[in-house]
Design a protein around this ligand. Structure first.
Ligand SMILES: [Zn+2]
Length: 119
C-alpha cells in the first residue's frame, strides 16, 4: 500500500511510512491539480523514473517545482528547488490505492488566501 505510481507507471513512488494526514489546498495550482498532499522529508521517499520520465513546473516565487509524468501527465509530487537539510516535500496521495486514503485525515488548507487550515 505504500507503493504508488502515475497512471502509465513510468513514475513509481514508495513512501517510508503511511501518512496519517493529507492536505487539500485551494491555491491556484493545487486546486487545478486536484492533488492531496502528504509531506515527507526530502530523500526519504523513493521516486523511480524521476527526473528521466518527468517534467516540472515552476511559478510565482520560484521556491518549488511541481512534477508530473511526461507521458501520462499525472502530478506525482512537488519538491523545493533548493532543498535545505530537513526540508519537506509533498507527495500526491492520488497516485496511491484508494485504501491508503481511507485511513488518512484530509485537511482543507486555504493556500489561496489566509494560509491557514479551514477546519
Ligand atoms: Zn505516467
Amino acid at each position: 500500500m505504500l507503493q504508488g505510481s502515475c497512471h502509465c507507471g513510468a513514475v513509481r513512488i514508495t513512501l517510508p511510512f503511511a501518512p496519517n494526514k493529507a492536505t487539500d489546498c485551494n491555491c491556484s495550482i493545487c486546486r487545478r491539480l486536484g492533488a492531496l498532499w502528504a509531506y515527507y522529508e526530502v530523500g526519504t521517499v523513493v521516486i523511480v523514473g524521476h527526473p528521466e520520465h518527468t517534467e516540472s513546473y515552476v511559478w510565482g516565487d520560484r521556491t518549488l517545482r511541481t512534477v508530473r509524468c511526461k507521458s501520462c501527465g499525472c502530478a506525482t509530487h512537488w519538491e523545493p528547488l533548493e532543498p535545505k537539510s530537513g526540508a519537506k516535500h509533498g507527495v500526491n496521495l492520488r497516485m496511491f490505492e484508494p485504501a491508503l486514503l481511507q485511513a488518512v485525515e484530509v485537511r482543507r488548507f486555504d493556500g489561496a488566501d489566509s494560509w491557514t487550515f479551514l477546519d
